[in-house]
Write a protein that binds this ligand. Structure first.
Ligand code: AKB
Length: 342
């Protein structure tokens, strides 16, 4: 008999690392990890299988369908906002067609085993597009339905995939003579910029904050690509992982929407620099703004309203800026580089 498994795509990424380490401590199902690149050796022992391959490869997806009984999918594979601007067609294929492939897979799996498949999707503050800095300052904490006018390919992809997921969850084949639910229980979180003590993001535009910190911890100089005043919300990785797990565990009846903001702490680039310098006083951090990348950050909100997540499934961040730096980032990152980055 096939064993029930959880599939994690983009398993090698930052969220994948955190999730797999969490499940290693005792998850409900075995983990099948999928990534374009071979899985990080440190994660391998925690997974029942680690597959290298492309979410656009239909043969690979068919193999997954035939070999495993998938009950939950954490679909993390994506090209982030900066990278997507250099290759928008590829980004659309990976971010949108890839997500559609996984939604179809979830539907087929649910038909086979007769249970809903939970589909967890990391969306992003990149779905917002504020027209100018004055509006951004006035807007403050934005609600899910505000300013949904992304200016990046990645933001457009994420916003559309939230809608695709909602369609699968609520309206799939609504005109069929005998309408049956798709079996896809789609749930999305709009993440702020995530900061981990152990991994660095690649290809994002909120990357300046984690890059500042990781450069400082290694004694390397860093030139920040946004101006000191640039402000967006950030979150410590453990809160991000916990949010995904708590949303996954919520009862369907609790959810009044399918995509939720979650707040962490809102910081300007200057404030991030101040916190990094407090921990690493010799760090060399300068500002050399790259106008087009800085302009993307200006379209993202300064903060988000996460009342819906608090009300529906009890979301509450554990890390404010102070606690994120003093209680998680600084102690762990220092130890991490003392061990030689392992
Ligand atoms: C990015 O910068 O692209 C991501 C995001 C904000 O979703 N970190």
């Amino acid at each position: 008999m096939r064993k029930p498994v959880t599939l994690i795509t983009g398993a090698n990424g930052e969220i994948g690392h955190g999730l797999i380490e969490h499940f290693a401590a005792g998850g409900e199902h075995q983990i099948i990890a999928l990534d374009l690149n071979p899985l990080d050796e440190r994660l391998r022992p925690h997974c029942a299988a680690a597959l290298s391959g492309d979410i656009l490869d239909q043969n690979l997806l068919q193999r997954l369908i035939s070999e495993y009984e998938i009950h939950a999918i954490y679909h993390l594979a994506a090209l982030l906002s900066t990278r997507a601007e250099y290759t928008p067609d590829t980004a659309h294929r990976v971010n949108v067609e890839g997500t559609l492939n996984l939604l179809r897979l979830a539907h087929e799996q649910s038909r086979w085993h007769g249970h809903p498949v939970k589909f967890l999707f990391p969306s992003s503050i990149a779905v917002y597009g504020l027209p100018d800095v004055a509006t951004k300052e006035r807007a403050g904490r934005v609600r899910e339905t505000d300013f949904n006018f992304p200016t990046t390919m990645y933001g457009c992809n994420k916003l559309y995939c939230e809608q695709l997921g909602r369609y699968y969850a609520l309206h799939y084949r609504q005109l069929a003579a005998e309408r049956v639910p798709s079996g896809v229980d789609f749930r999305a979180i709009r993440f702020p910029g995530l900061i981990s003590a152990f991994t660095l993001p690649t290809g994002g535009t909120s990357d300046y904050a984690p890059e500042m910190l990781h450069h400082a911890a290694q004694g390397k100089p860093y030139a920040c690509f946004v101006p000191p005043r640039a402000r967006i919300p950030f979150m410590a990785m453990p809160d991000g992982i916990r949010a995904l797990l708590e949303l996954a565990a919520a009862q369907t009846e609790q959810l009044s929407q399918r995509a939720y903001n979650i707040g962490g702490f809102s910081l300007s680039a200057e404030e991030v620099r101040g916190l990094v310098l407090r921990a690493f006083p010799d760090a060399k951090i300068t500002f050399e703004p790259d106008a087009p990348r800085a302009a993307i950050v200006d379209t993202w909100p300064a903060d988000v309203d996460d009342n819906a997540a608090r009300r529906d499934w009890g979301w509450s961040p554990r890390y404010d800026a102070q606690r994120a730096f003093d209680g998680y980032l600084v102690p762990n990152i220092a130890a991490y580089y003392q061990r030689g980055g392992r």
